[in-house]
Design a protein around this ligand. Structure first.
Ligand code: ZN
Length: 438
């Protein structure tokens, strides 16, 4: 049996550039697939993830009631186009799957420009980009195209075809549970339902997949649950089917938009003061790079469901530029050029830092609380001699011994002392080895 690494070893050995490249390759492989909240594209995506980590692919029938929602019919699409009278395709789904409004019902008809335009979506502010639009819960059909091309459509007749099906089937999601020493869980969740969009979707899938791979190799204090789900309906469905185990969720992160160059953003859970909120805030703000901490709001990704009042789970969201805040969001410009291995790798590193801090954060108890214990006779002064950071190490010991009364966790000691969390973590281990902390 191979030895499990410690979390700190994993962080020390990590080659972020290499991980970033692996994440990028996974995203690039998934990019062409036309995903949706149900259907073959989502299943195919989950099967690709399954080649990397052993996720279980769940299947929930259309029509299943999940709280106030109903699992919709399954949508699949083979082809779609707008053709001129000569039969040549002006818009071709096979060229770009964003050209069709996701969940469009089947249609085949000849129509005039006026009627066609009522079903065509564009982005006038970015005339060369194709927008991404959906119509999951209202039967409709439509096309998306570059505004500049739509403006050139002649006033004539067109043939439109959407060769799709919307029929009873299933909703799928992927789940991977990685047991730790404790049954307390860390939930990691990403949506997996967007078609060819890179940052908003594929970057999150790639990060979670690589994270699961790496966390397999280490000794874990917490159990980890990874969810690859269709946005909104997927988290609602998972919550409806797993209500009994949500009390185990000690912390959670919704993963998305981690491949762009923007600064890190952490959006707090609805609670605002959950441990994950404190940990993520510390990790983002104690580094040298700019970052922003956002208060909870009931909009965004699946944190909306996890943080609904009936659950109120300690789940925040860690992204780079948040959803909707980059111009490329939900358009053909959110492509494989928009994400970079460098940024993916550094996002991965930040996730490891946050999770490593969460794993290490705990309350210790000073076993010699009456006056200071004599460090010299235990060899702790000698051990410090000559070390370049001996002063910092000594201060870390004094802070730990003073505040470790079972009510202050390492994070609070880091905040009060200005001693880096990682120094406190390694020093606490040393004091435990010497019987001074328990
Ligand atoms: Zn989106």
């Amino acid at each position: 049996m191979s030895e499990l690494l410690e979390f700190t070893d994993l962080r020390a050995r990590l080659n972020c550039d290499e991980v970033g490249r692996q994440m990028y390759d996974l995203a690039a492989g998934l990019f062409p697939i036309c995903r949706s909240i149900t259907g073959d594209g989502l299943r195919q995506t989950l099967k690709v993830i399954q080649r990397h980590i052993p996720i279980e692919i769940h299947e929930v029938p259309s029509g299943t009631i999940v709280f106030d929602w109903t699992v919709p019919n399954e949508w699949n699409i083979r082809d779609a186009w707008i053709a001129d009278r000569s039969g040549s395709r002006i818009i071709d789904f096979r060229q770009n799957n964003l050209h069709v409004v996701n969940y469009s019902v089947p249609i085949r008809k000849r129509l005039g420009l006026e009627e066609l335009k009522a079903h065509v979506h564009t982005m006038p502010d970015h005339p060369h980009w194709i927008p991404y639009r959906t119509s999951y819960y209202r039967e409709n059909w439509g096309f998306c195209m570059a505004h500049a091309e739509a403006a050139q459509l002649a006033d004539t007749e067109y043939d439109v075809c959407i060769d799709s099906t919307l029929q009873p089937g299933h909703l799928n999601y992927g789940e991977y549970f990685l047991a730790g020493d404790s049954t307390d869980e860390v939930l990691l969740s990403c949506h997996a339902c967007h078609p060819s969009l890179a940052n908003d979707n594929l970057s999150g899938i790639a990060l979670m997949t690589l994270l699961a791979q790496h966390l397999q190799q280490i000794r874990r204090r917490y159990s980890y649950r990874f969810l690859f789900i269709p946005g909104t309906i997927g988290s609602i469905t998972w919550l409806a089917r797993n209500e009994a185990l949500v009390d185990r969720i000690r912390a959670g992160l919704v993963v998305a938009c981690v491949g762009d160059r923007g600064p890190f953003h952490y959006k707090k859970s609805r609670r605002g003061d959950a441990e994950i909120d404190r940990v993520a805030t510390y990790c983002l703000t104690s580094g040298s790079k700019p970052s922003r901490i956002l208060e909870f709001s009931p909009y965004g990704y699946d944190e909306r469901q996890y943080c609904s009042p009936g659950f109120n789970l300690p789940v925040g969201s860690l992204t780079r530029t948040p959803h909707g805040k980059f111009p490329e969001y939900h358009s053909s410009a959110d492509n494989l050029d928009y994400i970079q291995p460098l940024h993916l790798g550094s996002s991965f590193e930040m996730y490891l830092r946050v999770l490593g801090t969460l794993e290490a954060n705990r309350c210790y108890v000073n076993r010699f609380p009456k006056a200071e214990p004599q460090l010299g006779k235990r060899g702790l002064y000698r051990q410090m001699g000559g070390l370049p950071d001996a002063g910092a190490r000594e201060m870390a010991m004094l802070w730990l011994l003073n505040l470790s009364d079972g009510t202050h966790d390492l994070l609070e000691i880091a905040e009060r002392s200005d001693v880096p969390f990682d120094t406190l973590e390694s020093t606490a281990k040393l004091l435990v080895e010497h019987g001074l902390l328990a």
